[in-house]
Structures are given as C-alpha cells and as structure tokens.
Ligand binder design. Structure first.
Ligand SMILES: Nc1ncnc2c1ncn2[C@@H]1O[C@H](COP(=O)(O)OP(=O)(O)OP(=O)(O)O)[C@@H](O)[C@H]1O
Ligand SMILES: [Mg+2]
Length: 402
C-alpha cells in the first residue's frame, strides 16, 4: 500500500496565541506536520521558499505584507503550495478577495478543530488528486550511524556537530542517542532530559506522533531523541522498538543520525543494517586501530554490506608514530574524512553545551565537519579503493601478524 505523504503545513499569523492554538488543535493529527511558523507576509514568503510546505494557513491581516498579497505571490511563484486564508471577517467580500488572490479555502475565526482539519485535508486532497505520482514520492531519510568499537574516539562529538550543521541548512534532522546506557547527546548539547526514548517505548505503538511527543527540539532546529535518564532504563528499549523508530521517522526527516555505543549487539546491528552510511570513527592510537581492524573483520565475517562503511579519522595529530597513511594501509580502506585534534575547542564546546560548528565555525575542527556535511548533502559518491602507504613496523606486526 502506498501511503499519502504527510501534509506539510506552515502557519502564518502575527498572533502568537493563534499559532499555538492551531498547534494544539493539530497535536494528534498524525498526517499533518507543522513544518514552521511565520509572523508576517514577508517572513511567510521566505519560509515557503525554505520549507516547501504543501499548505500555508495564513491570516488575512499581517504586518509588512498582508495575507492576500502574500497569497497572490505564493500562487504565482510556488504553484505547488496551496494557501488557506483565515479571517475574523466572514463577509462574502473577504472570501471573494481571498479566492481572487489564489487561496483555496477560507476559514472564519474562531474555527473548530474539525473545521480546521477538514479544510486542510480537503485542500490537500483536491491538489494531490491530479498528481498521483506524488503519492509515490515518499520522503526517505538517509540514515547515518557513527560507530566505533572503542569508547572515547569522538562519536558523540562528531554526530552532534554534523547533525547541528545539517539542521542549520534547513534540513529536517533527527539525532538519536542510541548509546542507551550512558548516552551523552543531552549533556553535549546542554539539554535537560525531559523526555527520552524510554518514554517513547512505553507507548502502545510507536508511531510518528508518539515519536514527536518524545523529542526534544534543539535551538538549531535539530530534533533529539535522547537516551534514557538512567542506565537501568535502557533495558526496556528493544531491537523492535529501534526498527520501528527508524521505519516511522524516516518519512519525516532528511537525515536520521545515530550515536551508537561501542559494542556490537543485536541492537547496534539492527541500526547498522538500516543505515545508509556507517561512519566508523578511529583515532591514531594503536588500541583504536586494533579495535577498528577487529570491527571491520567482524563486519566482513557476518557479510555486512562493506560498501556503506566510511572511515573517519578523528583527533588527527602529527608526530605520534602513526599517521593517516598507516591507518589506511593497516585497515585497507581509505579515510573518508579527517578531523583534526583541537582539544581546546572540543572541550570548551562540550563544557558549554554548544556545538562548535555553530559557535566556532572558522576553526579547523568545525571546518572539517562542515566539509563532511557538504559531501553528505552533495551528490552521492562511489566507493574508492585507494589505499595509502605502507604501515610502520609495529602496526604491521599487530595487524598482519608478521
Ligand atoms: N577532534 C577532536 N579534537 C580534540 N578533542 C576531541 C575531538 N573529538 C572529540 N574530542 C574529545 O574527546 C572526548 C571524547 O569524545 P566523545 O565523547 O565525542 O567520544 P565518544 O566516542 O562519543 O565517547 P563515549 O565512548 O564516551 O561515548 C571528549 O572530551 C571530546 O571533547
Ligand atoms: Mg559518546
């Protein structure tokens, strides 16, 4: 069965109360997603361009540019965006002017939840009726997992910063802290754990509506599904829950990023299996190299799709006896991206609960992650078979057992 896409709705009204009332009325409507809000006509046009909603629910009287003018511009420039005008005036004249501006329907304030839902649904249905091909155009998020079989190599740092940067590009991004026992995403972004994945798994069924109720929204626009408050609660999260979360959320996001714990159990494998890109994080320490090698071997042994694994060299630092070329030679896969060691920025941003891609975008560490994000949003690349120079003796001994 092909499901109709969720209706993306933009609310445009200068009254805060009206916008929050509409949010409340649509709270339980799983097929309608509020993608944004605007406070005047000018902002509405900007948000339409940026968010490409299906429907704009727009007040007739707004500052800067009124609702009728904005509706006219949207109809002309964004023919796939439908407008519904709201007004406290119910006279025919207003209705006529709204229709002339290209609006598809008219709601007289105050309106009931039923009227609101029905109007949105009808406008959407009559638009999509002539576009059956769009019923197949189901958004499917790219699933990106940060993984390592050794702790402390920087998975959380990289996952958080990549996610914040992607969100700042107006992408819909969900970051899932699947380090279920000792997840650090909340503390890294200075978010109190008001809701977490353990609240979500208490729901009778995991639906997109339930997921949304249990998310925490970061100031960058990034959605966070946090790890449980305490390690004891992690047990309640089962493999099936994780699979359901991915299957449900992937229709609402451009990217879903997982911060995984340093272990390979059924839970991690389920997430890795569903991932499109596995970013395997290694550092220039012999123990990281050993564990990464073992990890690759394990994946190979279990016939994991090796093509989706990309090696990330984090905390790169010169003159420590192992270099990037040694890593590539030893592991026999090329380094996809290198992130330099920049301890001061990394620690400061961690202690302040701020992503460095936002607070110190000019730093080398931030630039390397922004570059990684550029590649992720850019055209898809093939897998390269390049390997680097030969490894130093100690690593050769360790890795190849000579
Ligand atoms: N490129 C870097 N340069 C300097 N310090 C870094 C870098 N990346 C991460 N760090 C620091 O390394 C430490 C561990 O990072 P992080 O918590 O992201 O690792 P992790 O793999 O998620 O660890 P855990 O196993 O605890 O989940 C932190 O103090 C972080 O600030
Ligand atoms: Mg971590």
């Amino acid at each position: 069965m092909v499901a109709a896409p969720r209706i993306k709705l933009l609310i445009a009204d200068d009254m805060d109360e009206l916008r929050s009332n509409v949010r409340r009325m649509l709270n339980n409507q799983e097929n309608i997603k509020i993608v944004g809000e605007a406070r005047n006509g000018k902002e509405t046009i900007e948000k339409v361009k940026e968010l490409q909603p299906h429907i704009v629910l727009m007040d007739i009287n707004m500052p800067e540019l009124d609702g009728l003018k904005a509706a006219e511009m949207i109809t002309k420039d964004y023919p796939n965006v439908q407008t519904v005008i709201m007004s406290i005036q119910s006279e025919q004249e207003y209705f006529r002017r709204a229709m002339k501006a290209g609006a598809k329907d008219f709601l007289v304030k105050p309106f009931s939840t039923n009227d609101l839902v029905e109007t949105i649904q009808n406008v959407f249905n009559s638009w999509i009726k002539d576009r059956p091909e769009l019923l197949h155009e189901d958004q499917k998020a790219e699933i990106i997992s940060f993984f390592a079989t050794k702790g402390g190599v920087g998975r959380t740092t990289l996952a958080v910063n990549l996610a914040v940067n992607l969100a700042s590009r107006n992408k819909q991004v969900l970051l899932v802290d699947s380090s279920l026992q000792f997840g650090d995403v909340a503390i890294t972004l200075n978010q109190p754990i008001k809701r977490s994945i353990s609240n979500l798994v208490e729901a009778e069924e995991i639906t997109i509506g339930e997921i949304e109720k249990n998310l925490v929204r970061h100031e960058s626009g990034l959605d966070l599904l946090l790890a449980p408050k305490e390690p004891a609660l992690a047990e309640a999260v089962k493999v099936d829950h994780l699979i359901k979360i991915i299957d449900q959320a992937r229709h609402s996001y451009h990217y879903i990023i997982f911060d995984l714990p340093p272990s390979i159990t059924e839970k991690e494998l389920a997430i890795l299996d569903k991932s499109d890109l596995v970013l395997l994080v290694a550092t220039l320490e012999i123990s990281s190299l050993k564990n990464t090698k073992l990890c690759l071997k394990t994946f190979n042994d279990i016939n994991f799709d090796m093509g989706k694994i990309k090696l990330i060299l984090n905390k790169e630092i010169p003159n420590v006896g192992i270099g990037k070329a040694d890593l590539e030679a030893g592991l026999a896969i090329p380094v996809y991206a290198t992130v330099p060691m920049e301890s001061e920025i990394a620690q400061r941003s961690l202690n302040h609960g701020e992503a460095f891609v936002a607070k110190a975008p000019g730093s080398a560490i931030a630039k390397s992650i922004i570059g990684m994000a550029d590649r992720i949003v850019g055209p898809k690349e093939g897998v390269s078979n390049e390997t680097g120079k030969s490894a130093i003796l100690k690593i050769k001994d360790l890795l190849f057992g000579s």
